[in-house]
Design a protein around this ligand. Structure first.
Ligand SMILES: [Zn+2]
Ligand SMILES: [Zn+2]
Length: 211
């Protein structure tokens, strides 16, 4: 292959295209240059040479670590949407009302970012707890069954779920009829169960942000 035909697609996972379509996320695609840009602030735009979710790689493999330190500079920009959590050693893209995206790869050099300290500390107990609840709930088909298995009412229950048209169009989400959330039952995770309008039950185990 001639050198100029080398695949220069900055993203293989498809997330950058989704982010660019989401008006709340300060990422844009420019047809003219065929590139993605992040707006650190409304006036400071920077090219994303690599997707920060997949690093531009089609398969997960051991990529060299980032050594360019560009992200640190971006996070030092006053009011930047890229923020560095020094305690957990994580980079986030912050947007909207307290929403954030995790950065796994450096958008400048494509190198791996350091592993989050939160993963190292609580990752193992999180996996153990998730497995325990997955096993408990593997036969549950309805919200009532989930409640029965978990032995008590949920901490939160939501029947008035505002269905976000944007989410449907961009992420292919389906309308939710009812959602319950257990926030006290496990140490490292919350249990979120939702019944879709078509009767499907979905259960998620999001990690608690601080355990
Ligand atoms: Zn990607
Ligand atoms: Zn880098």
């Amino acid at each position: 292959m001639p050198w100029f035909l080398v695949d220069m697609n900055p993203c293989h996972c498809g997330n950058l295209a989704k982010f660019a379509k989401d008006p709340e996320i300060p990422i844009q695609f420019t047809n003219k240059s065929g590139s993605y840009f992040v707006y650190l602030t409304s006036t400071n735009q920077q090219k994303l040479s690599f997707c920060f979710v997949c690093g531009g790689h089609s398969a997960q493999r051991e990529e060299p670590k980032c050594k360019c330190k560009q992200l640190r500079k971006w996070s030092d920009v006053r009011g930047s949407c890229i923020q560095h959590d020094a305690v957990l050693n994580e980079y986030h893209l912050v947007y909207g009302d307290r929403c954030r995206l995790f950065l796994y790869y450096c958008p400048k050099c494509g190198g791996r970012l350091p592993e989050s300290k939160s993963n190292r500390v609580s990752g193992k107990s999180f996996k153990v707890e998730r497995l325990k609840f997955e096993k408990k709930l593997e036969r549950a088909k309805t919200l009532e069954q989930v409640i029965k298995v978990l032995g008590g009412p949920p901490d939160e229950r939501d029947t008035d779920i505002r269905f976000d048209k944007k989410e449907k169009e961009i992420y292919g989400a389906k309308p939710v009829k009812e959602l319950i959330r257990y926030t006290q039952i496990a140490r490292t995770l919350n249990i979120v169960a939702q019944e879709l309008e078509d009767g499907t039950l979905q259960i998620f185990y999001p990690m608690k942000s601080k355990s």
